[in-house]
Ligand binder design. Structure first.
Ligand code: ATP
Length: 468
């Protein structure tokens, strides 16, 4: 029996070992953590399935995954496979200029063996101190479309006139939509103009770790010296500050110090400032005091342009009709698009075939069958209504009795959890309700689920039914 995971054996033949492992992890760990740390990973599996090499984009992520998830992943792999599996974590081949040998490749699995990693690695900027900036993430490599136009324009403005308008700049949006790319682009642009500027990119969880270390080692003076002296602080995924009191206090101090000396702060998050849970009001109001911009999921033409661009970066030609085919089928976010492209390139190289719609169809077989089963809000409303024996129409009605309001809240919660829809979009599909009503439902049911076993059980059944 593995701690924290189901003891049931998963059929390794049904899908790849790694795929089974991450599907299980998706159920075991909170969605936010899964999307941030596990979803972007790619893996290679040895022929005899005794070894899995997981490629991680940069050193920070690698350390974090080793500390937080490696034991659990190992245990899951062993549980699925039925014998011990060696787990190796490796940096992707393009990590930094000093790395000479590519990440180990042990798989003969055609879809995994020759997968070029499209996520460029994080490197130290040659012209300055350690910035943690990834040089490949620039405005030039970011495709523009209506989904990111405003955020991109604001980011370019900040990069070009630091410390003036839009301070702080708060960028929010769903998973894999280019927030991290945009903040790196700001830092890289600034450094190309002002090579001596003090710039730091940091993930919010690394900031939390730094606070903990400063606390343990009593080195808050150094900590302050480091953060308060920056010209530009780029901080990713601030929703991770939730419930971390001391971190929030230190971040508040850094924030005030930086703004006072007209240094710039750029933050990203998966939600807009007022949607952040468990973060002090004084910090939330600071986040919202400059400019807040959203990045939306890319529209069809933008997805096509991204695919063609990314293929070109890999020295491959993706015909427009194939790009349209892929873009129509992979709609959720850019990271998923990159994953699809990776598979197509690997499949084409392995089979030495030109990229065509037929080839894309074969390469994306698994993904397309999952897409076909994609969960819609309408489906959720129907399933929940059936389960609680109310009418589907009550999902959109204004009726308030608890016997109706509660299933409706549960459906809203599941819609947020299982689809890519934003809060306002969900509100619209529930009879034109305000996004704050949806947010309230999502938080309420989410919190109650932790305390109430019966509700948790019901949600579990609903989730399983919907996932098919
Ligand atoms: N408009 C775009 N043009 C080109 N590449 C893009 C674009 N948007 C996103 N990407 C690429 O998609 C991948 C995911 O983007 P990124 O990591 O910036 O997403 P994110 O919004 O920060 O996601 P998360 O919330 O999971 O951290 C990256 O490799 C990034 O370079």
């Amino acid at each position: 029996m593995i701690e924290g995971t189901s003891s049931a054996r998963l059929p390794a033949h049904a899908t790849s070992l790694w795929q089974s492992c991450i599907e299980q992890l998706a159920q075991d760990i909170p969605e936010q953590q899964f999307n941030t740390w596990i979803r972007p990973l790619s893996a290679t599996v040895a022929d005899d399935r005794t070894k899995v090499v997981v490629a991680v984009a940069n050193r920070f992520k690698l350390d974090w995954i080793r500390a937080q998830y490696a034991a659990r992943i190992s245990a899951l792999l062993e549980n699925i496979q039925g014998h011990p599996v060696v787990l190796e974590l490796a940096l992707t081949p393009r990590e930094g200029p000093s790395r000479t040998s590519p990440a180990p490749r042990v798989s003969q699995d055609p879809l995994l063996a020759e997968v070029p990693d499209l996520a460029p690695a994080e490197v130290v900027h040659p012209s300055g101190p350690k910035t943690r900036l990834n040089l490949a993430l620039t405005f030039g490599s970011l495709v523009e479309g209506s989904a990111n136009r405003m955020a991109r324009a604001a980011a370019m403005h900040v990069a070009g006139s630091l410390g003036q308008l839009y301070n702080p700049l708060f960028i929010y949006g769903g998973v894999g939509l280019g927030k991290t790319h945009l903040v790196h682009a700001i830092g890289n642009h600034l450094l190309s103009d002002r090579p001596n500027a003090k710039v730091l990119y940091i993930h919010a969880e690394q900031f939390v770790s730094d606070v903990v270390k400063a606390y343990q080692r009593k080195t808050f003076d150094e900590f302050k010296e480091r953060y308060h002296s920056l010209d530009l602080l780029l901080i990713d995924d601030v929703q991770f500050f939730a419930n971390k009191e001391r971190t929030q206090e230190e971040f508040f101090n850094a924030f005030e110090a930086l703004l006072a000396k007209k240094s710039h702060i750029v933050l990203t998050s998966d939600t807009y400032p007022k949607g952040l849970a468990d973060i002090h009001e004084r910090l939330v109001s600071r986040f919202d005091s400059g400019l807040t911009v959203a990045i939306e999921p890319p529209e069809l033409e933008m997805r096509v342009a991204i695919l063609i661009n990314k293929a070109a970066l890999e020295n491959a030609v993706m015909p427009e009709e194939v790009a349209f085919f892929v873009a129509k089928n992979v709609r959720s976010n850019v990271r998923e698009l990159e994953g699809a492209l990776r598979k197509i390139l690997a499949y084409s190289r392995f089979n030495q075939k030109e990229i065509s719609i037929q080839l894309a169809r074969e390469a994306l077989r698994d993904l397309l069958s999952i897409q076909n089963r994609q969960i819609s809000v309408e489906n959720i409303q129907k399933t929940v209504a059936d389960f609680y024996k109310i009418k589907v129409a009550d999902m959109y009605s204004k009726k308030r009795p608890a016997s109706i309001a509660r299933p409706r809240q549960i459906a809203m919660f599941l819609a947020k959890e299982l689809t890519q829809k934003s809060l306002p979009e969900i509100g619209e599909l529930f009879g034109g309700r305000d996004h704050t009503t949806v947010l309230h439902a999502v938080r309420k049911i989410g919190a109650e689920r932790q305390q109430n076993t019966e509700l948790n059980q019901q949600l579990h059944v609903l989730e399983q039914t919907l996932k098919g």
